[in-house]
Every structure is written in C-alpha cells, then in structure tokens.
Design a protein around this ligand. Structure first.
Ligand SMILES: Nc1nc2c(c(=O)[nH]1)N[C@H]1C(S)=C(S)[C@@H](COP(=O)(O)O)O[C@H]1N2
Ligand SMILES: [Mo]
Length: 270
C-alpha cells in the first residue's frame, strides 16, 4: 500500500527489500491484469453472491473468485504477493509455550461463561453475539507456526481455532449486500474493555492461516494468553495477535490500531 505512515522504520539494508518488492509488483501487475480479463467485480455480483463464492475451489485457502476480485480492485496492490504466501509450518514437537507478552485490555477478570463475541453487521450496524460454542462449531484448523514479537523473540506454537474466513462466510456480516461484491476493506478487533485494538486489511483477514484461536499447544487458552478467543495471524508480528477478542467490526477505512498509533507499521507483516 502506498499510504505508509511516515513513522515506518527505514529498512537497515534497503537493497534486499527493494529487490523483493520489485518482484512482487511485477507479479501483482501480471495477476491483476489477468483478473480484469477473467472476472471482475461486476461479474462476481451477477453470479449469485456469497453462497456461490464460498463453494468455489480455493487458491491457498481463499476462494478463487474472491482472490481475483481482491486483485482486480487494487486493494492489495504491492501487498498482494505477501498476503497470499503461507507462513512456514513446523513439526508439532517443536512447539513451546511463548512468554506472556502484553496485558493491555486484560486487566479485569473475565468470566468465560458470560463472555460473548460481539460482531457488528457492516450493513445494519447492529451487533450480533456469538458463544465460544458457535466458533468451535466451525471447521477446526490446527497449525504449528512461529509467533514473532516485534521485540525480537519468536516461539513456535501449535494453535487451534476456526479460520476467520470461515466465520465470515458462515455469518456474512462483512459486506453491505451479504455478497462478496461489496465486502468491507478492513476488519477491526478490540478487547472487551476497548483498551487494545487492531486493524487488518481484508486480504489478511481472509488469509487461510488467520485464525480465531481457542487452543494453544492442545490446551484451552489460558487467561494470560487470551482466553477464551484470540487472533492468530502468523504473517504478522505478535502485536496483531489480539488476545481476549471482545468485538469485531468491519470498515472501509483503516480501523484504529494500538501499535500503529505508537508509530509502528500499520500492516506489521514480516
Ligand atoms: N489484548 C492484548 N493482546 C495482545 C497484546 C496486548 O498487550 N493485549 N500484546 C500483543 C503482543 S505485542 C504479542 S507479542 C502477543 C504475545 O502473545 P502471548 O502473550 O500469548 O505470547 O500478544 C499480542 N496480543
Ligand atoms: Mo509483541
């Protein structure tokens, strides 16, 4: 994206990243041209919408027509290639318990029985509530990936949860029409007390490794690691892995992001 904050750190050695970016751009242009020729936004809208969309074959876990629309409308621009990559997975035996890092928005006691996930419908603005059982009813995904903190440490962790994309397909609250044609550009998440909050672009939200996670290393999440539900999105730094999700909302402009407000890169990919 071109609207990078002026506070983004300057890469220490510009040579490598610049070269990689050039390759990404070439590839993104090639693909988006093809997407325009193939199937554009109007084409998708006429084909029966979301239900049709989610039954389509997946391209790295993202329904192909949606992938093409996301390419074609240019929202992904240079980030395209990065967002369709998969984060490396590791042997389950390498998983460890990460250090508890970051307690913002987790000061109060939380009663897991009383907890509800509140999701604001993009079209109507009304909130819908979900229980943990609703999330667990979605297909369970288990993956062993690296949690990388911006402070410099990383830990391989085994996570289980539901894909955020499966949640959004099952409950089409992220678009104005209920179809993929007018999907919001961003997803925002906040702790129940609103003290910690993150924003994701829609491509990152739909990424097949972006999980609403309820287990760490085969055990239910502990309170300190974000029980009952946290975000895991292994192409991004730990800052985006919001623990103790209270609310999810959708927007066409970048949602507030706690660490971006402190000067960190809004995308925080690595
Ligand atoms: N609610 C909340 N979630 C948060 C944070 C926080 O301060 N509050 N810190 C983030 C950061 S910087 C990291 S590195 C990870 C660490 O996750 P862990 O404590 O499970 O290791 O949580 C992220 N999620
Ligand atoms: Mo972090």
């Amino acid at each position: 994206m071109n609207d990078e904050s002026p506070l983004s750190p300057v890469p220490e050695s510009p040579r490598q990243p610049l070269q990689a970016d050039a390759e990404v751009l070439v590839e993104a242009r090639r693909r988006s041209r093809r997407a325009f020729i193939g199937l554009g936004l109007a084409g998708l809208a006429g084909l029966g919408g979301w239900n049709w969309l989610i039954s389509q074959p997946k391209d790295s876990g993202i329904a192909q027509p949606l992938r093409k629309v996301l390419d074609a409308n240019g929202r992904l621009s240079g980030a395209y290639f990065k967002e369709t990559r998969l984060a490396p997975e590791f042997a389950r035996s390498r998983a460890r318990t990460p250090r508890v890092n970051g307690k913002i928005g987790m000061k109060q006691e939380l009663d897991p029985e009383a907890w509800r996930l509140r999701v604001r419908d993009f079209r109507t603005g009304t909130a819908r509530e979900f229980t943990l059982a609703d999330i667990k009813a979605l297909p369970k995904v288990v993956m062993t990936t690296e949690l990388k903190c911006i402070e410099g440490w990383s830990t391989v962790v085994n996570w289980s949860g539901a894909r955020l994309s499966d949640f959004m397909a099952r409950y089409p609250l992220a678009s104005r029409s209920g179809t993929a044609a007018d999907l919001a550009a961003y997803v925002g998440m906040r702790t129940p007390d609103d003290a910690y909050y993150v924003g994701l672009d829609m491509a990152s939200a739909l990424h097949p490794q972006t999980l609403l996670c309820y287990e760490m290393n085969g055990q239910p999440l502990t309170a300190a690691h974000g029980a009952p539900l946290r975000l895991v999105t292994p192409l991004k730094y730990g800052t985006k892995h919001l623990k103790r999700i209270g609310t999810i909302s959708f927007a066409d402009t970048r949602p507030q992001d706690y660490w971006a407000e402190q000067g960190y890169d809004w995308d925080s990919g690595h």
